[in-house]
Unconditional design. Structure first.
Length: 509
C-alpha cells in the first residue's frame, strides 16, 4: 500500500558516489592532523565540537594519526581538560559498544594549551607544540575550529595566520555563525578574514546543512522524477519553513539580545533550506555548482521589509520565565524571539508562490519542518472539504526525521467518505541506519578535514543572504523599533502570525 509506494523514495545507493566518498575518507585517514579548538572551554565546544570529534573517532573516521588541542584563556592542565571533555560527552555514541575503551584511546590524544586569542606570542607557543607533533611525521595539516564569540574572530584569525599556520600542509579554519550582523559588518569581517586566509581555507559553518533531511532535499528533488514536474507555481500553492524550540534563551541572552531570532535562525539555517528548495538543478554535485545555484535563486528573492514580518517576544507563563527574566536582557529590549515572514521569488518558477517562514523560541514543541502545499485538484467531482483540499509534502527535519505526503483518500469500507491519509517515509522504520544518524557537526567537521566544501557557505552566498534581510533588520531596530507581540512561553507563538498567513488565504500547518 502506501508505504510500498513510497519505497520508491528510498533512494538507491549511488555506488560510484559512495565509492568516491570512501576513497576520500581512506586517503584522508592516512594524513596526520592537528585539530585546534579555540574557545575549548565554551558552550559550543562542550555541546557539539568535542562530542562530534569523539563520535568521528569512535566510527574510525578521523585520520589515524591525530592530536586535538583545546585552546582558551583560562588555566587548565591537560588532565583537567580531559575531565572537561569527558564530562561533556553527551553524544549519541555513549551507549555504544566499547565506548569507554574508545574513550580511553581518545582522551590521551587531547591536550590543552592556554593562550589569548589575539596574542601572537601565545599562538607561537601553540605552533611550537603542534610543530613537535608534526616534525616526526613530515606533514602539518591543521584544522582550527573557532568556537569563540564573534568579537574574537578577527583577532584569532590574524594571530593564527601570523604565528600558527602549518608549514608543510594545509591550514583550514572553521568559522561559526553569526557572520556579522548585517551586510556592512559581514563585508568588514570578510575583508579581515581574507587578509589572513584564502576563500579555500575558510569553512563557514551552518550546521543545518549537515542535517540528514536538509541533505536529502536535493536528492528528493533531483533524483526522483515525480516531484520536479510539479515543483513550480503551476502546482504549488505555498511553501512553509518552520523552526520551533520549546525553550527560551536561558543563559544565552548576552548573545541573543544583540542578534535576535531573525539573525540566529532565519538568515542562515532556514534561508539555506529555502535556497535548496527553490534553486534550479545544479550542473553537478560539486560544491561550486550547488552553491552557484543557491546564489542564483537567492538573488531572485525579493528583499524583505518590516511589512513582511510579524515579530514576537515570549512572556512568563506556565511557571516558565519570560524573556525579560533572563539576566542580560535590558528592560526596553525589542529583540524578537519569534518571527514569521513571507518571501516572494518572482522568477519563472515561483512567481506568485508565497514562502512562509517562521522561527521561535519558547514555543510549544521542538520541530523543524518544511511543508510544500500543492494546489487543489481542478474540476473537483468529490466535493472535497476545504480543510483537506490540498496535498502536502512534509519534510520533517527534526525530531524523528520523516518525509510524508498528505493525500485525499477514500476511507475503507462501504462508504464513500473521504479522509486525509498519509504516505509515509519514517526514517526510524525505513532504515536500520537511521538509529545512527550522525549529528550535523560530525558530518561537517569530517567534510572540513576532507576538504569538501559543498556544505559550507560561500562568501557571495552570505552577501546575498544579508541583502535579503538588511532593510527589514534596520527597520526592526533603533529608536523606532516596533514592539514585538507578546506570546506565552510554551504557546504556538503570537496570534498575529496566524493572521498573517490567513490574509494570504493560508494556514500554518
Ligand atoms: P561561549 O560564550 O561559551 O564562548 C566560548 C569561549 O570563548 C569561552 O569559554 C571563553 O573561554 C571565550 N570567551 C568568551 N567570551 C569571551 C570574550 N569576550 N573575549 C574573549 N574570549 C571569550 O560561546 P559559545 O561556545 O556558545 O559559542 C561559540 C561560537 O559558536 C559563537 O560564535 C556562537 O555564536 C557560535 N554558536 C554557538 C552555538 C551554541 O549552541 N552555543 C550554536 C551555534 C553557533 P576562555 O575565557 O577560557 O578563553
Ligand atoms: C543555533 C542557534 O544556531 O541553532 C540556537 O544559535 C539554536 O539558538 C540552535 O538553539 C538550534 O540547533 P538544533 O540543531 O538544535 O536545531
Amino acid at each position: 500500500g502506501a508505504s510500498a509506494m513510497l519505497s520508491g523514495l528510498q533512494l538507491d545507493t549511488q555506488k560510484s558516489l559512495m565509492d568516491s566518498v570512501h576513497k576520500r575518507t581512506d586517503d584522508c585517514r592516512k594524513e596526520p592532523i592537528s585539530i585546534v579548538v579555540l574557545g575549548a572551554s565554551g558552550d559550543l565546544a562542550k555541546k557539539k565540537t568535542f562530542p562530534a570529534l569523539f563520535s568521528l573517532f569512535y566510527h574510525d573516521l578521523l585520520p589515524d594519526d591525530f592530536q586535538i588541542v583545546g585552546y582558551a584563556r583560562r588555566d587548565m592542565s591537560d588532565d583537567e581538560f580531559r575531565e572537561l571533555i569527558l564530562g561533556s560527552l553527551t553524544c549519541r555514541v555513549l551507549d555504544g559498544r566499547k565506548c569507554s575503551e574508545k574513550m580511553d584511546q581518545f582522551l590521551p590524544r587531547c591536550r590543552y594549551h592556554k593562550g589569548s586569542y589575539a596574542s601572537e606570542e601565545d599562538m607561537a607557543s601553540l605552533d611550537k607544540l603542534t610543530a613537535d607533533f608534526e616534525e616526526q611525521r613530515g606533514v602539518s595539516n591543521r584544522l582550527f575550529y573557532l568556537a569563540v564569540p564573534p568579537s574574537v574572530f578577527e583577532d584569532a584569525c590574524h594571530s593564527i595566520h601570523r604565528a600558527a599556520r602549518g608549514a608543510k600542509g594545509w591550514t583550514r579554519v572553521i568559522v561559526e555563525k553569526p557572520f556579522g550582523r548585517d551586510l556592512a559588518s559581514y563585508v568588514h569581517l570578510q575583508a579581515s578574514l581574507s587578509s589572513s586566509f584564502s576563500e579555500e581555507e575558510v569553512y563557514r559553518i551552518d550546521h543545518y546543512l549537515g542535517k540528514e533531511l536538509v541533505q536529502n532535499l536535493m536528492t528528493l528533488r533531483f533524483a526522483n522524477s515525480i516531484f520536479e514536474p510539479l515543483w513550480n507555481h503551476h502546482h504549488i500553492e505555498s511553501v512553509q519553513i518552520s523552526f520551533k524550540e520549546p525553550f527560551g534563551v536561558e543563559g544565552r541572552a548576552g548573545y541573543f539580545n544583540d542578534f535576535g531570532i531573525v539573525r540566529d535562525i532565519m538568515q542562515n539555517h532556514l534561508l539555506q533550506a529555502l535556497a535548496l528548495l527553490a534553486m534550479e538543478t545544479p550542473v553537478s554535485l560539486s560544491g561550486e555548482d550547488i552553491r552557484n545555484e543557491k546564489v542564483k535563486v537567492l538573488r531572485q528573492v525579493k528583499p524583505l521589509t518590516i511589512d513582511d514580518f510579524v515579530l514576537g517576544q515570549y512572556k512568563a507563563a506556565n511557571g516558565k520565565p519570560g524573556y525579560f527574566d533572563d539576566d542580560g536582557v535590558p528592560k526596553n529590549s525589542t529583540t524578537p524571539t519569534f518571527a514569521s515572514c513571507v518571501f516572494h521569488i518572482p522568477n519563472r518558477r515561483w512567481e506568485g508562490v508565497p514562502f512562509l517562514m517562521r522561527a521561535g523560541k519558547a514555543l510549544d514543541e521542538r520541530k523543524a519542518e518544511i511543508v510544500i502545499q500543492f494546489k487543489p485538484a481542478p474540476g473537483d467531482i468529490f466535493n472535497v472539504p476545504e480543510s483537506m483540499k490540498s496535498n502536502c509534502l512534509v519534510i520533517r527535519v527534526q525530531p524523528d526525521e520523516a518525509i510524508y505526503m498528505k493525500i485525499i483518500s477514500k476511507a475503507p469500507g462501504l462508504t464513500s467518505r473521504l479522509e486525509q491519509a498519509r504516505l509515509n517515509l519514517f526514517y526510524r522504520e525505513a532504515w536500520e541506519e537511521s538509529k545512527d544518524i550522525p549529528d550535523a557537526y560530525e558530518r561537517l567537521i569530517l567534510d572540513a578535514i576532507q576538504g569538501e566544501k559543498s556544505l559550507f557557505i560561500r562568501d557571495d552566498e552570505l552577501r546575498v543572504a544579508w541583502q535579503i534581510f538588511d532593510t527589514a533588520l534596520k527597520q526592526m531596530e533603533g529608536d523606532r523599533a516596533p514592539k514585538p507581540a507578546a506570546y506565552n512561553y510554551g504557546s504556538a507563538g503570537p496570534i498575529e502570525a496566524e493572521r498573517q498567513a490567513f490574509k494570504l488565504g493560508l494556514q500554518w500547518i
